[in-house]
Design a protein around this ligand. Structure first.
Ligand code: AMP
Length: 227
């Protein structure tokens, strides 16, 4: 299965891709994680991308497309993969089309005020990137009930998976979140139409936490596989 998650920053792409990748035994590929690792290691790639990331802007397409092309050429991608945060522009999608054909694109939708709160409450493991959430979101918007439970580590600020330190991402601050939402609106949103036209888009309305949403997405995948 070649799967992609599309959605606003904070809509849950990282959490769902990681859990579903684990369940299906295929790699979860996040260009954001690849860039963050490069910055942490101080590599040439890291030096090229860090300023864009700090400002919440997109890394130029030529750099991003090359990184993705190299990652998809790895042997673990032969069985399939889940893309999280790529593509983010039409030209990245066109480049991807030339490399491989996707089976499905999940478009996660969530109200903006819910995701701003989710992003400010997000904590990630500095070491393995596991995602946690330190608030409980419980409200009704336009008649729809939203309930997202907190996802807390067993020990405060320590990752359950690897024991790494939990931190707030540098681009999860109010100012940078605003810039990232603007970038999504202008450059990434047109991808919804792009994949709809190709018959690949499947809308997912995010109103609960991953314990409810992940099985719902898995059921959609099973139905697709059976077709
Ligand atoms: P993410 O973890 O997906 O929210 O990505 C964090 C940051 O990495 C983004 O705000 C961009 O600066 C950069 N980035 C990640 N993926 C891409 C992409 N496909 N195209 C351009 N920039 C990206």
């Amino acid at each position: 299965m070649k799967i992609m998650f599309l959605g606003l920053p904070g809509s849950g792409k990282g959490t769902y891709s990681s859990r579903i990748g684990h369940l299906l035994g295929i790699p979860h590929i996040s260009t954001g994680d690849i860039f963050r690792d490069a910055v942490k290691q101080g590599s040439a790639l890291g030096n090229k991308v860090s300023e864009y990331m700090k400002r919440g802007e997109l890394v130029p397409d030529e750099i991003t497309i090359e990184v993705l092309r190299n990652r998809l050429a790895q042997p673990d991608c032969k069985k399939g993969f889940i893309l999280d945060g790529y593509p983010r522009t039409i030209s990245q999608a066109e480049a991807l089309d030339k490399i491989v054909k996707l089976d499905i694109v999940f478009n996660l939708s969530i109200p903006e005020n819910v995701l701003v709160r989710k992003l400010s409450a997000r904590r990630v493991c500095k070491n393995c990137g596991e995602i946690y959430n330190v608030v409980e979101i419980k409200e009704t918007i336009n008649g729809v009930k939203y309930y997202m439970p907190p996802m807390l580590p067993k020990v405060l600020w320590v990752c359950d998976k690897c024991g790494g330190e939990l931190i707030q991402r540098k681009d999860d601050t109010a100012e940078v979140i605003e810039a990232r939402l603007k970038v999504y609106e202008e450059q990434t949103k047109p991808l919804i139409e792009y994949y709809k036209r190709r018959g690949l888009l499947e809308d997912v309305f995010v109103s609960s936490g991953p314990e409810i949403m992940v099985p719902a997405i898995m059921a959609k995948l099973k139905r697709l596989e059976a077709r």
